[in-house]
Design a binder for this molecule. Structure first.
Ligand SMILES: [Zn+2]
Length: 232
């Protein structure tokens, strides 16, 4: 327990040092470049993928993607708020956010549309959607960040998040950021800079065990937050 707390704090202090170092080193030009999204307190829309009737991907042991997405998203909210960011959550409990509809298909459509509305209403924010991956073979592992092509800032944000995860949490992770296709509705229709962080593979044993652990979820949240800080 004590060891856990020590590790937690040393990780936290390390992040703080990285962050402070970053702000000190940041040049005036870099700050101007991101000024558009830095009017007052930077705002981040955090979108825990799926929820309610839509469980997302399911691991072989029955773990639902939607539950881990929410846990990581809530931890991300806590860290970002600590750093002074303003945050908006698309959901805070196990629910979809659709308007009432009869068929699952129209409910899913409505859910996606309502998530998009968060961007519509918060044009000064950046949008971070939290998901988990699943593949047909168990070998694929590691987090991967996808970005919207609608704003050039999306790619920069994805790059910072991916770099941060690899540097702080997954040194073995060689994955590169990818542009979201038209299948990724929220990225394709994004109204603000937007990324999806696939935090790991439910189909990989190591990833699954990590993703279920509170400690890993917290570290993943810190790593994503660190990427956001580097973006601003
Ligand atoms: Zn998902």
């Amino acid at each position: 327990m004590i060891k856990g707390i020590k590790q937690y704090f040393s990780f936290f202090i390390f992040l703080l040092a990285v962050t402070l170092g970053f702000f000190v080193n940041k040049t005036e030009t870099q700050i101007k470049a991101s000024a558009r999204y830095y009017n007052s307190l930077p705002k981040v829309i955090i979108d825990p993928g799926h929820g309610g009737f839509d469980g997302g991907a399911v691991a072989f042991d029955g773990t639902n993607e939607k539950d881990i997405n929410l846990k990581i998203a809530k931890k991300l909210e806590t860290v970002l708020r600590f750093y002074g960011f303003s945050t908006v959550m698309t959901r805070t409990s196990d629910m979809a956010i659709n308007d009432s509809g009869e068929k699952i298909r129209s409910q899913k459509k409505s859910d996606m549309y309502n998530r998009l509305q968060f961007m519509e209403k918060n044009r000064d924010a950046v949008f971070i959607s939290i998901h988990l991956n699943k593949y047909t073979t168990s070998a694929a592992s590691g987090a991967q960040t996808f970005y919207s092509d609608n704003f050039p800032e999306s790619k920069t944000l994805a790059d910072e998040i991916q770099k941060s995860i690899a540097a702080l949490l997954e040194p073995y992770n060689k994955r590169v950021i990818k542009k979201g296709t038209s299948d990724a509705f929220l990225l394709y229709n994004a109204k603000t800079p937007a990324v999806i962080v696939e935090c790991g593979f439910l189909s990989n044993r190591r990833d699954l065990e990590q993703l279920k652990s509170d400690d890993f979820q917290r570290k993943m949240a810190f790593a994503i937050a660190n990427g956001v800080i580097n973006f601003y």
